[in-house]
Design a protein around this ligand. Structure first.
Ligand code: AMP
Ligand code: ZN
Ligand code: FE
Ligand code: FE
Length: 279
């Protein structure tokens, strides 16, 4: 039996409602899923309500964009209940930072000759974590680009002409806040990290020292031999090899819940081992 510990809903930049994500996962007989929207737990109550009526466990989670000495990392945090809490409260500040940054991106787009407004963008966001994918959706709707990919490639991607930075937690802050909130962390899609002058392994070691629990070895975009290799590194470093599809509904075409591009299997043991690391 399998799990999927990395899923997005329309609470952030996925396209399915949280309850639909749960229903689709239950329909393919996954044992458990984690909903890990960017910077928000907004979708968790709806997902929990659907999971309560189905033979599937729902793990509340979130995906954070963090910085480790200039290296950009995505961090998955699990077992976080909506409501007040150390990380929960900080998420609110991060979402405020998104608002500031979205305004900068829209101003840059306007300067470049793409006359979209914040109102246009908000039409595509069902939740409270509004970001570049929703700006991309507004550009697509105005027929200024063909799809989200083209919007990122030509305008919104990191360092692109309409790119703007936003506030980030450091990786250490994210791990500490998660621990204080009763959760555990795993480094998302490690192969997308550009470690610069250090090694990925040294980053894993640094962050294990401050309480990191896992690395996402079983990831859709990792070729099979990389999944095996990263699971080996996790074992060597006493970290859990976690995994998930990163399905965004139609927001990232070709990525399915549970199976990714068709060949992904995340063992139940990944979740069991994560549970054993809860503070
Ligand atoms: P933001 O959180 O606002 O910085 O937007 C980043 C998110 O956009 C990432 O987490 C991805 O889910 C999504 N994204 C990045 N590149 C692409 C792309 N080429 N096509 C579709 N979505 C993308
Ligand atoms: Zn996303
Ligand atoms: Fe990510
Ligand atoms: Fe993700």
């Amino acid at each position: 039996m399998a799990v999927d510990l990395h899923l997005h809903s329309n609470a952030s930049d996925g396209t399915d409602a949280p309850g639909i994500v749960v229903q689709k996962a239950a329909a393919i007989h996954l044992t458990a899923i984690a909903l890990t929207d960017h910077d928000t737990l907004f979708g968790i109550p709806e997902a929990q309500a659907d999971a309560a009526n189905l033979p599937i466990e729902l793990i509340p989670g979130v995906e954070l964009s963090v910085d480790h000495h200039g290296v950009k990392i995505h961090m998955l945090a699990y077992f976080l209940e909506p409501g007040p809490g150390p990380l929960q409260d900080r998420l609110e500040m991060l979402r405020d930072g998104r608002g500031v940054r979205n305004k900068k991106i829209i101003e840059a787009l306007n300067q470049l000759g793409y006359p979209i407004t914040m109102q246009d963008v908000h039409r595509f966001a069902a939740g409270d974590a509004v970001g570049r994918p929703h700006i991309a959706d507004a550009l697509v709707a105005a027929e200024m680009v063909a799809d989200r990919s083209e919007a990122f490639r030509d305008l919104l991607g990191d360092g692109g002409p309409a790119y703007a930075e936003r506030d980030r937690l450091t990786a250490t802050e994210a791990i500490n806040l998660t621990t204080e909130s009763g959760g555990v962390t795993s480094i998302a899609h490690p192969l997308t990290i550009d470690p610069g002058t250090v090694t990925l392994r040294s980053i894993f070691e640094d962050l294990r020292e401050v309480g990191l629990s896992g690395i996402e070895a079983f990831y859709s975009e990792h070729p099979p031999h990389i999944r095996t290799q990263l699971a080996g590194v996790a074992a060597e470093l006493d970290l859990v090899a976690t995994g998930g599809s990163d399905c965004h509904g139609t927001g990232k075409p070709g990525l399915e819940i549970g199976t990714g591009h068709g060949d992904l299997v995340v063992p139940d043991s990944a979740l069991e081992e994560l549970k054993a690391r809860r503070p």
